[in-house]
Design a protein around this ligand. Sequence first.
Ligand SMILES: Nc1ncnc2c1ncn2[C@@H]1O[C@H](COP(=O)(O)OP(=O)(O)OP(=O)(O)O)[C@@H](O)[C@H]1O
Length: 530
Amino acid sequence: MWAPDIYEGSPTPVTAFLSIAPKISISANISRLSIYGSYGATLQQIFFFCSIASMILGALAAMAQTKVKRLLAHSSIGHVGYIRTGFSCGTIEGIQSLLIGIFIYASMTIDAFAIVSALRQSRVKYIADLGALAKTNPISAITFSITMFSYAGIPPLAGFCSKFYLFFAALGCGAYFLAPVGVVTSVIGRWAAGRLPRLTYAEFPTKYVWNAPKRIWTLRKQGTGDAYYCRMLLNSAKGCRTHAEIRKVNGVIYPTYKEACYAAGLLEDDKEYVESIKAAAHWAPADHLRELFVTLLDQKELTTPLTVWLATWHLLVEDVQYKRRQILQIPDLIRLYALLTTEQKGVYDTIVNSVYSGTGGIYFVYGYGGTGKTFLWKILAAGIRRKGDIVLNVASSGIASLLMSGGRTAHSRFHIPINVDETSTCSTSAQSDLGAMLKKNPFGNMTMVFGGDFRQVLFVIPKGSRKDIVGASMKQLYLWDYCKILKLTANMRLTVGSRPEDVSEIREFAEWILNVGDGKLGGPNEREVR
Ligand SMILES: Nc1ncnc2c1ncn2[C@@H]1O[C@H](COP(=O)(O)OP(=O)(O)OP(=O)(O)O)[C@@H](O)[C@H]1O
């Protein structure tokens, strides 16, 4: 990015920092290099050429500027050229003059930006706005003029001393061409600085109004009403006969005078700030962008803050959703819900309705491996937690509990003893959060969802018979009679995320597993697994 664009687009304190700090650090580094190293004639010629190029570019470009900050930006480019002269000499005098130059440059720049910052509080942005400053704010006008003349190198000001030392050092090392170029560019700079305080007689009332009771000129405030924008258009539109014709710009009739003013380029539309925020979004996180936006608001840089907000809000709030989800540990629910199949949606809706109708209930979601049970748990938990309600995800094993958001083993969550007998109780304290929750929501009002595949969740009973194993399963609980069974049948593992060439193999394996589970394969195993 071109430095003056950055200067223009950044808040004034940032611009001041950018115009001083890098130059000091670069000058300090190259001075050290110059002291400890040495370079030949070719390199010296290149440095001289760069100095001359910076001086000429800074001076010529400054002539064409209309905005105060851009003028300072180009002056700063010119100054880099002057300062580099000291380094290019390759002599101790050159380094001394460079240090003096950088000190004076930093002082002048701090002074200039302090004034610019103060002036921008009163919305002075353009060089033309400075025209009648002497009338309204003589102290600022005098200080700014002195600073700009010092920038231009007019004797006996500090800027002159710095340039004098630099050119003297250049002549001392035989760079006879560089000194006259520096003098000529300084004269051009003097012209650029000299045109600051001028406004024509006709232009003066466009920036200032005469305050008759106080007998002073005050800065013209920008109007906001329709009449103001209409008057603005009338100053440039020709031959209008109707209001619609006043609002017509380049063949388009705009609905409001203000929009027509923007289209005609009569109002600043803050495009530069919108572009700055968009450019910064490529490398800066959203909270930094928000800081930038707030600084722009604070510095009163924006003409139409709402327009800038509407054009950039999606970048400024990019992380908000993400952060919220992180805090609540909620995945992107809307996207996930859309992924659910019809039968998964049926199960989801039944369970969520039971939670929010207040009736509660016990459900068992039955589906063989790969039908999306774990997938459903995640979305159910997200959907209910999103509303601030509590979901306790538990599993019978530690590994299975890791698959669920905030999952724990049932034993850990409800303090269930490992070895259970008739006298066992859960050691949940009544004062704990869990105890308080259980007291507040008696089991009748709660929704409990069990899930699994009987092929996968049957208990291992050491040396137990088929009858013992079935007897230890959930089906034997008295609660089972109240359990509503919800079924998932489509094997999602086959259809989602698998490579097409693997699908038939996975399908074959899934069917084989099913058949083993259903007892359709194999014979009696003589109570031993081989
Ligand atoms: N609606 C869906 N959209 C996209 N992917 C899905 C969907 N449902 C399930 N899946 C994916 O299918 C695969 C199997 O799902 P999941 O692990 O939830 O099944 P499961 O029934 O819990 O299996 P198992 O009983 O073997 O643990 C996972 O990769 C999951 O992300």
